[in-house]
Write a protein that binds this ligand. Structure first.
Ligand SMILES: Nc1ncnc2c1ncn2[C@@H]1O[C@H](COP(=O)(O)OP(=O)(O)OP(=O)(O)O)[C@@H](O)[C@H]1O
Ligand SMILES: [Mg+2]
Length: 503
């Protein structure tokens, strides 16, 4: 095969990979041209990450061929893949918090002076990579002290530092700010100009159409489509991904909020600067209140302060006309609050345990009778509910949650909080990393919840989503409330303008 020219840099042909009870890949093809960005799309559990893990030597495919630079290859482990110029930024960040930034980047390939790691060279090399990428991070900083988006940038720097020909990015922008996304896109464009092939996995349609040259769609482990991304629009793409036409991206609103106030927040203030400075708002029964704002506008801090996992310096929380303390999560849950955090994958996945455990863990009180005997049947029923209502793709409820696809793990955690009997649900970017079809299901669940006279606070950075499902939108700017608008009377421009009010 050597020396044979081909228009493709990488070809994966007819790849098959099975796990116990799951045919994760059933004859998938992927052809990546040099100097191109290739989007890999499909619903949660379609097999995108698995396909890339087969390339990267994490999994050994059962069948199929991989041809890289005209030669048949089969990498036995990620190190071998990296050595040959294939790198991958994973959907899950597996960094060790105690290690330093530079140790992370050069893990397994640190420069050595005899037997000893050459720290000075490693520092210098890291600096050079960061300069090339315009990253302002101290190579000696501990990983644990970085934000999630910085950690994601570190992974990208690692891929770039390997001088890779193929760079796989598995949902790289899930926690990046808009500015960081722009920055990443510039990095991707320069890699493309250097002749690299970039495989880009994302559920964000608009983003995909902006950055990609080609697109491949998978469904249920099968190869569905490949073509030029430049000739496609969002609707065509969605139809290919879900396998049917999705006429509406949002369910129809059937109920209206009542006039009764459910939650009253007054002059909420956080403890450590910069933080929530002064937030006052009300949530009515049956209402879905969106919170919009730029990254850093303190939306997450606001709801975490209400939930008691951040210290409140000042302000009051009143529910149903009564003052509540909410000094910690336990107390808040007892007071009828539920919080679905932004960092679902980091907060609260018990990867080695099964779906049942992960679904029911927050609700243990609900399963024990007065004698402390656990009602296993109820736990099983509730888990079935989570799997069915959230459309979790799994062979059984006894499957380890760590074996599910990234998006399906999120759905389970979301289901966990829906099982708790709450009156006020606060969701922080609940549809991030979730496929288009499942998003619809989440909107429907949120609307049904509100229709029972409960209240929802919904943080989102996706404007169409806020406009599509909320009743009112509170716009935050720099720790303050810039305005609260009626969704039906507002527009994307209004919200953006308010977002910048106190900058
Ligand atoms: N180690 C494993 N053991 C058992 N099943 C697995 C394992 N890894 C993946 N699977 C299964 O293979 C299927 C494909 O998963 P994969 O992670 O590739 O999906 P994905 O397309 O990346 O989805 P997402 O968009 O949610 O990240 C899923 O049904 C998943 O549960
Ligand atoms: Mg995945």
């Amino acid at each position: 095969m050597k020396g044979k020219t081909t228009e493709y840099l990488l070809q994966m042909k007819n790849i098959v990979k099975t796990f116990p009870g799951v045919r994760a890949l059933d004859g998938v093809n992927l052809d990546v041209r040099p100097g191109s960005v290739h989007a890999l799309m499909g619903e949660n559990g379609a097999g995108k990450s698995t396909l890339m893990k087969c390339l990267f030597g994490i999994y050994n495919p059962d069948e199929g061929e991989i041809i890289f630079k005209g030669e048949k290859v089969r990498f036995l482990n990620p190190k071998q893949a990296l050595d040959h110029g294939v790198s991958m930024v994973h959907q899950e960040l597996n960094q060790v918090p105690e290690t330093t930034v530079m140790e992370n980047i050069w893990m397994g390939r640190m420069p050595k002076n005899g037997l000893i790691v050459d720290d000075a060279k490693m520092y210098q090399d890291t600096k050079e990579v960061f300069e090339r990428l315009n990253l302002d991070i101290d190579p000696k900083e501990k990983i644990g002290r970085l934000s999630v988006s910085q950690r994601q940038m570190i992974e990208i720097a690692k891929a770039v530092s390997a001088d890779a020909k193929i760079v796989v990015l598995d949902e790289p922008t899930s926690s990046l700010t808009e500015k960081e996304v722009d920055h990443l896109f510039r990095i991707i464009n320069s890699l493309r100009d250097q002749g690299c092939g970039i495989v880009y996995i994302s559920h964000k349609m608009e983003e995909i159409l902006k950055i990609s040259d080609d697109v491949t769609v998978m469904r249920d482990g099968q190869y569905v489509f490949s073509g030029s991304a430049k000739e496609m629009n969002t609707d065509q793409l969605i139809t290919l991904i879900v396998g049917r036409e999705l006429t509406n991206r949002f369910p129809e609103k059937k109920s209206r909020p009542s006039d009764e106030v459910l939650l009253k927040i007054e002059h909420l203030k956080g403890m450590y600067d910069p933080t929530v400075k002064d937030v006052t708002f009300q949530l009515r029964k049956g209402e879905i209140l969106g919170i919009a704002g730029l990254m850093g506008s303190r939306r997450t801090e606001t709801i975490e302060t209400i939930f008691g996992i951040r210290t409140r310096a000042d302000g009051t929380i009143e529910k149903d006309g009564k003052m509540v303390g909410n000094h910690n999560a336990r107390e808040s849950i007892d007071n009828g609050f539920a919080l679905i955090t932004e960092d679902r994958r980091q907060n609260g996945i018990f990867a080695g345990l099964d779906i049942e455990f992960n679904s029911t863990i927050a609700n243990m009180k609900g399963y024990a009778n007065k004698l402390g005997v656990i009602n296993e049947k109820k736990m099983e029923e509730d888990t079935t509910w989570v799997i069915e209502s959230m459309h979790v793709k799994t062979p059984s409820q006894k499957e380890k949650i760590g074996n599910l696809s990234g998006g399906n793990q999120q759905k389970v955690i979301m289901g966990r909080w829906l099982l708790i009997d709450s009156d006020i649900m606060m969701l922080d970017e609940p549809t991030r990393g979730i496929d288009v079809g499942a998003k619809y299901e989440i909107y429907q669940l949120v609307m049904d919840y509100a229709a029972k006279g409960k209240g929802v606070i919904f943080i989102s950075s996706e404007m169409p989503e806020l406009l599509g499902i909320t009743d009112r939108i509170m716009v935050m700017s720099n720790g303050l409330v810039a305005g609260i608008v009626e969704t039906k009377d507002t527009s994307q421009e209004d919200i953006l303008r308010l977002s910048a009010k106190y900058l």
